[in-house]
Ligand binder design. Structure first.
Ligand SMILES: *Cc1c(COP(=O)(O)O)cnc(C)c1O
Length: 224
């Protein structure tokens, strides 16, 4: 299993011009591969399972910025709260409150993204537009140990690139709208959208952060 350093350097060049941040999604990949990419200069890595993230974090350099990008259960927040850099997949206020509580315990302020449901598929997690409209921003302001710094979304898994494009457009419009709301711990600057198959479209539609896995680390093989 080797990482693709040439692709990495090409992406970094491509993204630095547009000030797009790259999160290298290392889920299922061994510590050795992450280390290799770290040696090439990469510091932001994304994982989607709590146990896997905790195991890797222990073994790898402490200046890695770990992004949590998978569905997060409230009872597992405590394991990642001591070190996580950005939780990209906040999909309920219950979860946000738990992150706030655990962050306070560790005397930290944790940055979060709200995951917004933009895809056709029913299975993808996230707030939809009406959930967002119903958020009580006054209540959010009481959560002093979390900051919502942006939105994350995943487009439908489809060959139809026009559909992907319109889903990203929709997320960008939501982002622009909430960016204008004056609230203290809800200041949106990061729009996380785009993966290996659709990052070019995402950037065209205004992404500021892409999450790329298989293009850098090779295809994932899931063991049962
Ligand atoms: C796995 C994953 C990615 C990366 O997907 P690739 O297609 O391998 O680039 C990005 N975002 C999320 C939320 C993921 O779970």
């Amino acid at each position: 299993m080797a990482i693709n350093i040439e692709v990495y350097h090409r992406l970094i060049n491509e993204f630095s011009a547009g000030k797009v941040e790259l999160v290298a999604v290392s889920k299922t990949k061994p510590v050795a591969d992450i280390n290799e990419m770290y040696e090439s200069g990469q510091r932001d890595f994304g994982e989607n399972y709590v146990q896997e993230l905790v195991d890797k974090q222990k073994q790898l350099p402490k200046d890695i910025r770990w992004h949590f990008i998978g569905h997060l259960q409230s009872n597992k927040v405590k394991y990642i709260a001591p070190f996580v850099h950005l939780i990209q997949s906040v999909d309920s206020l219950k979860l946000l409150k738990e992150i706030n509580k655990q962050a306070a315990k560790h005397d930290r302020e944790i940055d979060c993204l709200f995951q917004v449901h933009i895809a056709e598929e029913e299975t993808k997690f996230g707030f939809d537009e009406s959930d967002l409209r119903n958020i009580d921003f006054g209540e959010l302001q009481d959560l002093k140990n979390v900051h919502i710094v942006g939105l994350m979304g995943m487009a439908s898994f489809t060959e139809n690139m026009e559909m992907v494009s319109s889903e990203f457009k929709k997320l960008k419009a939501i982002f622009d709208y909430y960016q204008k709301l004056p609230t203290t711990n809800f200041k949106l600057k990061t729009l996380s959208m785009g993966m290996s198959s659709d990052y070019k479209i995402a950037i065209k539609e205004g992404s500021t952060m892409v999450r790329i896995g298989s293009m850098l680390f090779g295809e994932r093989i899931y063991e049962k």
